[in-house]
Design a protein around this ligand. Sequence first.
Ligand code: 4AD
Length: 561
Amino acid sequence: MAEALEQLSLKDIPPPPPGTSFVDDATGADAASAGSQESPFKTPAYALYTFPDAPIYIKKAADGPFEPISASMLKKAKKGAEGLAKKLKAAEEAATKKAADDARKLDDAKKIVLVTDSSLPKPKHIKIREGTENRETRVLIHGWVHRLRLQKGLAFLVLRDGTGFLQCVLAGDLANAYSTLTLTLESTVTVYGVIHPIPEGKTAPGNHELAVDYYSVVGLAPGGDDAITNKVQENADPSQLLDMRHLVLRGETMIGIFKIRAQLLKSFRRVYEDLGLTEVTPPCMVQTQVEGGSTLFSLKYYGEDAYLTQSSQLYLETCLPALGDVYCVQESFRAERSHTRRHLSEYTHVEAELAFLTFEDLLVHIETLLTRTIEYVLEDPESAAILAKLNPGFKKPTLPFRRMTYESALDWLNEHGVPNEDGEAFKFGDDIAEAAERKMTDEINEPILLTRFPVEIKSFYMQKCADDPRVTESVDVLMPNVGEITGGSMRIYELDELMKGYEREGIDPAPYYWFNDQRVYGTCPHGGYGLGTERILAWLCDRFTVRDCSLYPRFSGRCKP
Ligand code: 4AD
């Protein structure tokens, strides 16, 4: 019955003449539509305003047909269209007036000549971080325009100079001058004035602001299409952002991460100093592998085959008899083909080597180093404030770290139904791959010292456990969200044993003569470890990927800028 009625009414509707405007309140849009059946307007008023002479067909129900507009609706639409026309005219007039006002303002602005008042005291050149102790004295500061807000008769700019952020207030002629009205983000300026505390209840970096009495532009950054806000957009494709890394680095999050990075490296050095280790700087161009041939970057070195170092460990070992316990902060290189959130082709490797110690001593050293370093980072008020923003839920690790053997990790994974890489239950000898390791670490949610890995899945140089020669005196430090941040071990210190290691891994021992001599000229039990700076940072700063924590990250397919 209903179908019959519908067919009847459809038959009664005259076909729309050519040039008809179509309106559908449910699916149409006004300004963005063409007014066709496929792209209808939303309102009859807009249809009439756009095509005043066109007939209008309107859809009254979502599943109904387009039908001619009724006379009463048309009358209403005419009123609406008149209103729209008026509104648009007013907007056009306002825009013309604003353009004329702006042009006049700029012309007036050009007449303002900014000069420094010679009766004012000579300014003291300071950095932003020295603001507090230099309040109420006339200062001069160079920096970049980080934020800019122009208001009637006032301009607020947040200046950045690498040591901090400072709100600067420009009033009167300073705010109205041509250079201020045309100032752009990332321009460099020199500001002169006096820093005053801000009134209570207001917020500004350092709780103060600079009342500017004079400023000059050092380098004007582009505006319009080339403005930094168009070059670096938060939601842009990650690879575009990496192309623009040199500009992205100026953002507050990046600045925070690299301030923490500097503080972290400084803190590592401070702990090493406390513990009496000596810093050395081993070479990056080498002719020996450390962590397996598959991730070596090779290069031609004056016609000879050479590599970029995977780890400075072997060189550190040779320093023990000369300098005692040593460490280095050095770039390591890994030709990792896979794109994961924790692998880079180049990373900053903090490595240490210690002589005459037991495996237990090594574990205690590593957990002490990590906890003390983090304490030193947090001791610094600037770093603590940045970390509170980047990672508000961060809890500093406490001693002792949970210890877990490789075999008990397999039990944990099997009990929790986490399969190995073949989708089966874990068995002795399996590698614990990234996904499984992360699952376990995240669930346990505290630092883990994972120890005693099987000989076969570890490097040629690792010392076997005295009570079980199937496993090594090895350790990985695992952190929630990131997984492995540190890998270390005791080293084989008997030459015969080491030779067996080379043989097992199919490595020619000849190029390692200098490393082998370590076992000949006064051998000793020793061990060490390497920490991936970007991985520790990813954990500390709560970053999804280590790429955020490297200044100019390198991974397969990216070696620029
Ligand atoms: O576990 P790895 O491979 O150990 C070594 O290189 C030892 N020779 C170090 C030593 O004992 N002196 O690497 C040590 C650490 C890892 O735990 C990880 O934090 C980091 O280096 N790492 C990487 N970081 C970023 N990208 C990569 N491709 C990394 N490979 C290792």
